[in-house]
Ligand binder design. Structure first.
Ligand code: F6P
Length: 490
């Protein structure tokens, strides 16, 4: 082990890979989706990692059964070894946890997605899903962490995201001296919005988080919201700079470290055969300029308003019909949840309306692809003229960092002011308010009209920033906070 290596127990709902079978029936490990996994996969190259995650696919469940619930030895893309411990949860408990509480409740809350005069209704079903789903699954995660800590008592436990707000408290009760950290990949909503959640639940969330030694957010904006909410909801006491919070006799470090990507990984991907093949397909379909968006089909990503903005842009600029296409590469997400399947329907309807209105002479204004096709996304990153990221709220948004790294057309970033990425990249992007459809239409036009030199200047600045503030930088900052907390605990 080199001196910089740490023993880490990484805990997240979705693991770095999920298992399936190829056409010949052989087991294959597929890259897990979403920003969290993209970012954390590099951790295993530089540290001694045991990763605890939920078994999600049939293949994952087979792996758990074969390993009799123990960890299995895995290798990352670069060959680095790590241990993977998948938890096979009770099916009904997992359904309540993932499909009732974590996504349509906590995720919606943290991205301000409710229209409060109509939703949510917290009925008995939700209370039951909390106690028999969210609590139960967090207990299983805590059991797995305690088992791993018994084997490696000085390992640092690194929880991630909104699926696991209760687990730190459950581990702390059983291992009071463990070093626990939690990184939140979403925004943290303001205190009043947390008051939509029943009192016992919002208290349990904040109490669970405060069982950690270190809590990390992407930006100061989300960090301050957390500190204020923790003060209001469970009586935590912030120091004047609000970097350390006192709670039940312990001090918790609350930091802001924006997550990033591994630029080398994207450079390598950009030159791969799979990406080049997809790139040829895109160029064969589109010989004009491309306004790109790459997202999960999540209501927080604001796809429908993005299409409306493109419609307003087309209305205002008939001279550009046939010359500019919106390419929307959308990964179908969380389709067992009605809010998500309805949103996917709304996306399809909105695209069709715009296409019905404007298409002609072989030109389709919106090229909508609903698919989980990472090489296609990277290929499109290389070929956009405008990248539209108009999320309602977004903890970070890694697309805004990934795409400019490999883009070959001096493409311009149009970026929502409510993304974590905006705090870092806003000065080189065209900023938009995600609700201002007219403003987004104007920004798309302005981006297309920017002189080449200016586009290049902005893109170079984003690239240099991301190269300098890369994933290793984030990991270093996060571990620094953890070391401080561990030293303090000792
Ligand atoms: O990065 C945010 C995140 O919500 C992760 O927590 C999650 O794993 C990912 O997006 C994808 O979502 P899901 O795991 O529900 O498909």
């Amino acid at each position: 082990m080199t001196p910089a290596q740490r023993k880490l127990i990484v805990v997240s709902n979705r693991g770095p890979v999920s298992f399936g079978r190829d056409a010949h029936g052989a087991r294959v490990a597929r890259r897990g989706g979403g920003g969290l996994v993209t970012a954390l996969r590099s951790l295993v190259s530089s540290h001694e990692v045991t990763w605890i995650a939920s078994a999600m696919t049939d293949g994952d469940h087979e792996v758990v059964a074969e390993a009799r619930g123990n960890a299995v030895e895995e290798r990352a893309r670069d060959g680095s070894p790590y241990r993977l411990r998948l938890i096979a949860h009770d099916e009904a408990a997992y359904d309540w946890y993932y499909n009732v509480i974590a996504n349509p409740t906590l995720w919606f809350l943290q991205h301000y997605l409710w229209s409060l005069s109509r939703v949510p209704d917290f009925d008995h079903g939700l209370h039951h899903a909390w106690s028999s789903g969210y609590v139960t699954v967090n207990e299983s995660f805590a059991d797995a962490v305690v088992t791993e800590l018994d084997a490696e008592p000085d390992a640092i436990v690194f929880f991630h995201d909104y699926h696991l707000y209760l687990a730190p408290r459950l581990v702390r009760e059983r291992r009071p001296d463990a070093t626990l950290a939690h990184f939140v990949h979403t925004p943290w909503a303001q205190s009043d919005y947390w008051h939509v959640l029943p009192a016992a639940m919002r208290a349990a969330v904040h109490d669970g988080m405060l069982a950690n030694d270190v809590i990390g957010f992407h930006t100061d904006r989300w960090r301050r919201n957390f500190v204020h909410a923790a003060e209001q909801i469970v009586g935590a006491v912030p120091d004047p700079e609000a970097r350390v919070v006192g709670y039940e006799g312990r001090s918790i470090l609350v930091g802001a470290n924006p997550i990033s990507v591994d630029p080398e990984e994207f450079e390598e991907l950009a030159g791969s055969d799979a990406v080049r093949a997809r790139e040829r397909e895109i160029l064969a379909r589109h010989d004009g300029r491309i306004v790109l968006r790459v997202d999960r089909t999540d209501p927080s990503k604001n796809v429908v308003r993005g299409f409306s903005a493109f419609e307003v842009f087309l209305d205002a600029h008939p001279e550009l019909h046939g010359e500019v296409t919106m390419l929307a590469l959308l990964d179908p997400s969380r389709q067992d949840i009605p809010e998500y399947s309805e949103y996917l329907g709304a996306i399809q309807r909105a695209a069709r309306e715009v296409n019905d209105r404007f298409q002609g002479d072989g030109w389709m204004p919106i090229d909508l692809q609903i698919d989980d096709d990472f090489p296609q996304s990277v290929a499109a990153y290389k070929q956009f003229d405008v990248l539209l990221v108009n999320a309602i709220f977004d903890g970070m948004n890694l697309v805004a960092k990934e795409a400019p790294l490999v883009n070959e057309r001096a493409g311009v970033l149009v970026l929502s002011e409510n993304t974590g990425a905006h705090d870092e990249l806003g000065e080189w992007a065209l900023s938009v308010n995600p609700f201002d459809v007219a403003g987004q239409a104007d920004a798309i036009y302005a981006a297309l009209m920017l002189p080449e030199e200016e586009r290049r200047r902005r893109q170079d600045a984003i690239r240099s920033h991301v190269q300098e503030h890369d994933l290793l930088h984030w990991i270093g900052a996060q571990l620094h906070d953890l070391e401080q907390a561990a030293a303090h605990a000792r």
